[in-house]
Every structure is written in structure tokens, then in C-alpha cells.
Design a protein around this ligand. Sequence first.
Ligand SMILES: [Zn+2]
Length: 66
Amino acid sequence: MATTDGVSNGMTEPCDVCETDTLHEVSIQLITESGSGDNAQYSREPYRVRECARCGNRDSKRMNNA
Ligand SMILES: [Zn+2]
């Protein structure tokens, strides 16, 4: 298959591993966090998860900076 720019949720972004711009598959996921400290509070936070189509490196970034 030829490489195209037509991937629906593909984004060309810099990859830390490849050290160049590569195609990334981007999705938003709700990740359950256990609260730190004495408050046993569980909150689901939206993370922007991306995976490099070239090397498979994944990273996630929290979307709201609480
Ligand atoms: Zn990469």
C-alpha cells in the first residue's frame, strides 16, 4: 500500500524517537486516574493519545491542565 495523507485521524507531527515529522494516529481517550493523597477520588481525564505510524512510539498528553 502506498503512503498517503488520506488517513482519517492521521496527523503529521514531530516524533521524539524518529526526530522528524511522521504520521501519527491520534485519538482522545478517557483515562481513569487514582487521586493522589488521602482523597481516594477517581476521575476520568481526557488524554490526547498519539502513536507514531513509523516507529510505534506512543505518548499521551493530558488535555486539561488542572
Ligand atoms: Zn516515530
